[in-house]
Design a protein. Structure first.
Length: 255
């Protein structure tokens, strides 16, 4: 019977060849008469133990155990509020999401005083921040002194900023589903939301690509300058031009 081994498993093939050679050696010893004063059965036992060792190694190559991966935290906060830890979707209070967002901005960690200022503002109480962080620990692993996220983090708003810095405007715009946590009034989140929108808007206004201008105009909704530029850049035969014209007229009327 032929044995098929995947070409990508050369170590498995070597292990199998070694094991088979060991079996053949053991069988040849069974067929030989014992040497005077020798210990054929001890020798055979040793050979068979080597065969079993090689077969166990082969089993590990052919059926490797899946690697244990550390769960990572996913924050989808552009135009939405979605938090996942590994395969689990977390239903968190808005304040918890705000804390995670701010901590993701500061991988080095923050003190309770810094978090209180970033999330609650000037009147923020560090004691209240500590209480909320203690409750948040029931959902997400957190370090202390300083407070920080322990799991790897993938945040859409951080990725969008990285893409913009690399000049990947189209990819950044694809990630930008809307403003960062639009209902949040946390000072640091408001500042980050305005900053991200401004740098993305300036990049799109300067790109000269109608598709990208249209995409951001739709996401921001009431930006007259974007709608006017979209109307200017879209081809005359584009079916979206009438909608852009309506938006321009509407915004000019309410200007």
């Amino acid at each position: 019977m032929e044995i098929y081994l995947e070409p990508s498993r050369p170590s498995a093939l070597v292990s199998l060849q070694t094991a088979l050679a060991g079996v053949q050696a053991a069988m040849s010893h069974l067929e030989r008469p014992a040497k005077p004063g020798g210990q054929p059965y001890d020798q055979l036992h040793f050979l068979l133990s080597q065969v079993y060792s090689q077969l166990e190694e082969l089993e590990r190559h052919l059926h490797p155990q899946p690697a244990t991966l550390t769960p990572y935290l996913e924050l989808h906060l552009l135009g939405q509020s979605c938090v996942r830890l590994g395969e689990e979707s977390l239903e968190l209070r808005p304040r918890f999401v705000e804390l995670l967002c701010v901590l993701a901005m500061h991988p080095e960690g923050l003190t309770s005083e810094q978090l209180a200022l970033a999330v609650w503002g000037e009147g923020g109480d560090p004691g209240c921040a500590k209480t909320e962080l203690h409750r948040l620990r029931q959902w997400v692993p957190l370090g202390s002194r300083p407070y920080r996220l322990l799991d790897p983090v993938a945040a859409d708003f951080l990725k969008a900023v990285e893409l913009l810095r690399l000049g990947c405007l189209r990819q950044a715009l694809e990630l930008y589903k809307g403003p960062l946590l639009p209902r949040s009034q946390a000072p640091e989140i408001v500042e980050a939301r305005v900053w991200l929108e401004e740098i993305l808007r300036e990049a799109v206004l300067c790109c000269g690509q109608g598709e990208l201008v249209w995409a951001l105009a739709e996401r921001l909704g009431n930006d007259l300058e974007l709608w006017e530029l979209a109307l200017e850049l879209l081809p005359g035969s584009d079916n979206r031009r009438p909608l852009a014209s309506v938006q321009v007229n509407r915004l000019k009327t309410h200007w």
